[in-house]
Design a protein around this ligand. Structure first.
Ligand SMILES: Nc1ncnc2c1ncn2[C@@H]1O[C@H](COP(=O)(O)OP(=O)(O)OP(=O)(O)O)[C@@H](O)[C@H]1O
Length: 353
């Protein structure tokens, strides 16, 4: 047993971190508290995801950062400048909308140059900046195309270019990949991350897709009911979730009532959380392993999901290697388990091997 991890989500007033600092953000909509006294601090050049289930308040938070929605209270600083009294068009931030919001009758170049035209920039300068940013997103060859004639992934990059051309200090993206198919999503998220790192631009992305958040972000703020449950790196969120909500939301978990004693699950009021990769299967007995029968096997490509029945519990395991068969006898041991009480992590236990 080890001590519970130190909290990284302590309430309090965050010091300005350069990029974005939010303090005490609060919003009531339709008589309900939607954003509940939220603090968040993003370092300059950092990419942070707001991740959480539908309705937890991610988009509402992003819209307040962008200036499309007025907070009831709280402050928003971008690179040390208080912006909450400014309209969206006067903030040093630019937003990429979920549906891209491109004008179908305008060329790609005109779409991208539009925010600069609004700022009354000269035609020559607009042309230079638009071409440079289209080059950055590898779309220069489409500058005279109209959005309906290019692919979804390309439209997404036009929307990104239109935000970047404004040279914002803060880039905001609302579910930027949700309109793309699975394969393209992986490619586009890598592109966005690469460009973000090249430019060193402070970025906040809203997503409900944990894999997307895990693969792109320096840090992830996991939101639940208008609050941040935990704000950590992807690795920490996965290895040391502070709450059962975070443990369940990030990755997979066997959730059982009871406690772990000498490798056996015994009755108890606590919740045990066991990652499927911490359920070890082997042909021969090993320390703390218990005889088990394979009940169900789900091939998942480079690994398989195996449901085994032991005397004390049914467990799900992720294993690689030769496909296992239902009915097969095996030995199942628990390498590591998390214990939650009243929703909070109280202990981690690892069995010796
Ligand atoms: N104008 C409004 N009036 C009343 N309630 C609202 C309004 N706008 C949003 N809400 C409510 O606020 C909550 C948070 O909405 P929000 O769009 O921020 O969630 P989200 O986390 O972005 O969800 P999703 O992933 O589904 O987009 C929801 O319960 C929503 O119904």
């Amino acid at each position: 047993m080890t001590e519970p991890p130190a909290s990284s989500t302590k309430p309090g007033t965050p010091a300005s971190d350069g990029g974005l600092t939010i303090r005490g953000l609060h919003k009531i909509l339709g008589g309900r508290t939607i954003i509940d006294n939220l603090d968040l601090s993003v370092k300059e050049g950092e990419l942070v995801s707001l991740l959480g289930p539908s309705g937890c308040g991610k988009t509402t938070t992003l819209r307040m950062i962008a200036g499309f929605l007025e907070p009831d209270s709280g402050s928003i600083e971008v690179e040390g400048q208080e912006v909450s009294h400014l309209g969206a068009e006067n903030r040093p931030s630019a937003m990429v909308f979920q549906n891209y919001a491109l004008w179908p009758h305008m060329t790609v170049a005109k779409n991208v140059g539009f925010p600069l035209k609004l700022r009354k920039m000269s035609k020559a300068e607009i042309k230079d900046r638009v071409e440079a940013v289209l080059e950055l997103v590898s779309l220069l060859h489409h500058k005279d195309s109209k959005p309906p004639r290019i692919s979804g992934g390309e439209q997404q990059r036009v929307a990104l270019a239109r935000a970047l051309v404004q040279e914002p200090k803060l880039l905001l993206l609302d579910e930027p990949l949700s309109n793309l198919d699975a394969k393209l999503r992986v490619k586009v998220r890598e592109d966005i991350r690469k460009i973000q790192q090249e430019l060193g631009i402070t970025t906040v992305i809203v997503t409900h897709d944990q894999e997307e958040a895990m693969s792109m972000s320096d840090r992830i703020a996991v939101m639940n009911a208008g609050r941040i449950e935990q704000y950590s790196t992807p690795e920490t969120l996965y290895a040391r979730p502070e709450t059962e909500f975070v443990a369940t939301f990030i990755g997979s978990m066997n959730r059982l009532e009871g406690s772990l004693n000498n490798g056996l699950i015994t009755a108890g009021p606590d919740i045990l959380g066991i990652r499927p990769e911490d359920v070890i299967l082997a042909d021969a007995p090993f320390a703390d392993a218990v005889p088990a029968t394979v009940e169900r096997v789900v091939p998942r490509g480079h690994f398989q999901e195996v449901y085994v029945r032991r005397a004390d519990a049914q467990l799900r395991s992720f294993v690689s290697g030769e496909l296992m068969q239902p009915g097969q006898q095996t030995y199942a041991g628990i390498r590591k388990a998390m214990t939650f009480r009243d929703g909070r992590l109280v202990a981690e236990a690892g069995a010796a091997h």
